[in-house]
Design a protein around this ligand. Structure first.
Ligand code: NDP
Length: 297
């Protein structure tokens, strides 16, 4: 890591706390809305680039954390694009929860310019990003993973090489599809239990000492739904995107996915009703309003 210049592009809800773990004297940041990059630089001391090209110029490592692979791919081209600034031998780490096919295409394009690529999506939420304890699942060849690991270790506590390019994104999509299914199942089950006269907190305490427990029942619902706080840390629109990627993976591999298809449809409906800035857990709000009950306690 020492002596290497790093660029980070995409200072959103998770990108900003991740970038805050990188050494400020070696760091250049770029964000589409420049004011966010400037606020980050004031707080952390990094340099602000005016364009992706400027961020990439002179950088040994470039990290991206954008909504989807589409936005990452769109940053490559044009006079101000990343490819205009990146030099041969650079390392490109995409921390977006992206899609495997686009990552394979990106990796092939970048290889033609002498640039190594890894997909390195993260899990652990904004709290994990702040604490530097993210799980990071890396799709890359062995040599690229060895180069990526020390940089990713600044932001995460579990850095796992899960397979070739694209496999980090595939694993992340399946993980998040499981999260989506859990949110819906816990929301539906609790709504019914509350209507049947069981206190939501009591129901969760018993479930969390039983075989139905999950991260959703143990942490997310008690901290965010029962309290009525509904903090916005991870947009529902992004989780819907992840379920879509997982559904694509099932199709590509010839696995029937009726459960994920239904989760995708329900999250698509939630996105249409609740909008682009709603938090992922707000899918439970729709279950509440559809069933005429509040899950609190
Ligand atoms: P946000 O919506 O908070 O931030 C998105 C970032 O992408 C912002 O910096 C935004 O810039 C930028 N951006 C959006 N559109 C474009 C574009 N067309 N061109 C260039 N930049 C663009 O998302 P998150 O930070 O929450 O998520 C980023 C990625 O990380 C997603 O793939 C998400 O699924 C994943 N993720 C998120 C987690 C979370 O808890 N939030 C957890 C794990 C993974 P601007 O400031 O201008 O809007």
């Amino acid at each position: 890591m020492s002596g290497r210049r790093v660029a980070f592009l995409g200072l959103g809800a998770i990108g900003a706390p991740m970038a805050a773990h990188l050494p400020a004297d070696a760091l250049t940041v770029w964000n589409r809305t420049r004011a966010r990059a400037e606020a980050f630089a004031r707080a952390h001391g990094a340099r602000v680039a005016a364009t992706p090209r400027e961020a990439a110029a002179g950088s040994d490592v470039v990290l991206t954390c954008l909504p989807t692979s589409r936005e990452v791919e769109a940053l490559l081209d044009g006079p101000d694009g990343l490819l205009a600034g990146l030099g041969r031998g650079a390392l490109f780490l995409d921390c977006t929860s992206g899609d495997p096919a686009t990552s394979r295409r990106l990796a092939a394009r970048l290889a033609g310019h002498g640039i190594a690529f890894a997909d390195a999506p993260v899990s652990g939420g904004t709290n994990g990003a702040e604490a530097g304890t993210l799980a990071i699942m890396v799709g890359a060849d062995e040599e690229t993973f060895a180069r990526a690991r020390p940089i990713l270790a600044l932001m995460g506590s579990r850095i796992e090489h899960v397979g070739p390019v694209g496999s980090g994104h595939a694993l992340k999509a399946v993980n998040n599809a499981l999260l989506a299914v859990n949110i819906l199942a816990v929301g539906e089950g609790l709504a019914a239990l509350v209507k049947a006269g069981v206190r939501a907190r009591t129901a969760l305490e018993v479930i969390n000492a039983s075989s139905g427990r999950s991260f959703v029942s143990e942490t997310l619902v008690p901290e965010r739904v029962l309290t009525g706080m509904w903090p916005r840390t991870f947009r529902l629109a992004l989780l819907e995107k992840d379920v879509g990627i997982a559904r694509g993976l099932l199709r590509e591999t010839g696995v029937d996915g009726p459960l994920l298809d239904l989760a995708g449809e329900l999250f698509g409906r939630a996105r249409a009703i609740l909008g682009e800035s709603a938090d992922h857990l707000e899918a439970i709000r729709l279950i509440e309003s559809d069933s005429g009950v509040e899950i609190r306690g």
